[in-house]
Write a protein that binds this ligand. Structure first.
Ligand SMILES: [Zn+2]
Length: 401
């Protein structure tokens, strides 16, 4: 494996776009082989996992690994060597549908790329191309705004929750950036936020299925379909033992392999999200497969009563609480016996008590309609907090165990 700079990365991706299916398969096999070889040499966890794997192997022979196992063994999952790669930026550059149209604007910004991510949150140690800056999602928003104004990015990658935060600063005029492309990833991008971003920033907003942990899995096309970046990411539909499923068989697991990420390699790892694969060709012209993401399993909150189990999707809480005046953001923390602590960010601190009372009543009513009795709903001293590891902001945190 060797270092890939932005220019080379862009060329590799453009070349792949023109390849025949057979050539594509071949290059993916080579990259997969190179990654496995790298991992067993530079990574304790994989060298142990692959100790019975021969020198010649097919992809299906390589043991799959549970994501939870990697997370529990972060100390040995980290490689002793890292190879810099600008593939994520190259993917966004080539596979952004506004790119051809906005190419000159992109150059005017000196092709600057800013990623607001959980860079301090460990799972990313890659050295990036010099046109790329990674800002921590944990920075106070004022400081983020200051640094963004200084960097003036052409491309901006961020979680929707961060973009939502930045929107207010753009509206007030303190955030002055004029990106060519905003790429949302890590969390679901809803239509309201997408429209608001397009209106406020006057640029293309592209949704991706991506995370610092496993890379840019899929990028959205003009038709709104998420095409897998299958030159660098392999998604497999597997049975319970990690073997490829036969045609028509329902997969038990989705396995992901990232072919460029060397810091914490991802090879045949189980994905936490539910993915649907589509067979129809997409009219946009991209022949790579496209997928849709159905909610992650942990987006559903399960409540047990004496007679039944009630499952509520975390978005349902948003649809009831988002209507409350002055409540900018909330986070429900669920404790044993359905005790709820509510974290709030409010527009006016002097109204905090009143806003809480409204939220509390709304929440209680909503849960009652669902058949769930909340023991107590109290106001939390904290405002909503991001996950320390991956930087994501969840509306509901389940601390009942
Ligand atoms: Zn398409």
């Amino acid at each position: 494996m060797e270092e890939i700079n932005l220019k080379d990365g862009i060329n590799l991706i453009k070349k792949y776009n023109k390849m025949s299916p057979k050539e594509r398969d071949q290059i993916k096999r080579q990259r997969f082989y190179a990654m496995v070889t790298f991992a067993r040499k530079h990574n304790k966890l994989y060298s142990e996992l692959y100790k019975n794997l021969g020198v010649n192997f097919f992809m299906r022979d390589v043991p799959y690994v549970e994501r939870s196992f990697l997370m529990e063994h972060k100390d040995i999952w980290q490689s002793d060597e890292i190879i810099a790669s600008s593939i994520p930026q190259a993917i966004n550059t080539v596979r952004s549908f506004s790119f051809e149209r906005d190419y000159h604007r992109f150059l005017l910004h000196k092709s600057r790329y800013v990623i607001i991510s959980s860079s301090d949150g460990s799972l990313q140690r890659c050295s990036w191309d010099k046109s790329t800056t990674v800002l921590s999602v944990f920075l106070p928003t004022d400081e983020l705004v200051r640094q963004l104004n200084e960097l003036n990015p052409a491309f901006l990658w961020a979680f929707p929750s961060t973009l939502d935060n930045l929107l207010m600063y753009k509206k007030s005029g303190s955030l002055k950036i004029k990106p060519v492309l905003i790429i949302a990833g890590g969390e679901a991008l809803n239509d309201d936020l997408r429209t608001a971003l397009i209106n406020e920033f006057d640029c293309t907003v592209q949704s991706t299925y991506s995370s610092a942990e496993f890379g840019i899995v899929a990028s959205e096309c003009q038709m709104g379909h998420l095409h897998v970046n299958d030159d660098w990411i392999i998604l497999e539909q597997a049975d319970a033992n990690g073997h490829p499923v036969k045609e028509g068989q329902k997969p038990e697991k989705i396995l992901i392999t990232n072919l460029y990420k060397t810091d914490y390699p991802i090879i045949r790892m189980t994905l936490p999200d539910n993915i649907r694969f589509h067979n129809k060709t997409c009219p946009c012209g991209n022949t790579s497969p496209w997928i849709s993401i159905t909610a992650a399993k942990d987006d559903y909150i399960l409540f047990k009563t004496d007679e039944k189990q009630i499952s509520i999707h975390s978005d349902e809480f948003s649809s009831v609480l988002n209507g409350i005046d002055g409540l900018l953001r909330y986070q429900i923390v669920l404790y044993a016996n359905n005790n709820i602590s509510l974290r709030m960010e409010v527009s006016n601190e002097s109204m905090r008590g009143i806003i809480f009372l409204q939220a509390e009543q709304t929440l209680r009513r909503f849960l009652k309609e669902k058949g769930v009795i909340a023991s107590a709903i109290t106001m939390d001293a904290d405002t909503p907090l991001r996950n320390e590891l991956n930087g994501k902001l969840k509306n509901v945190l389940d601390h009942r165990e």
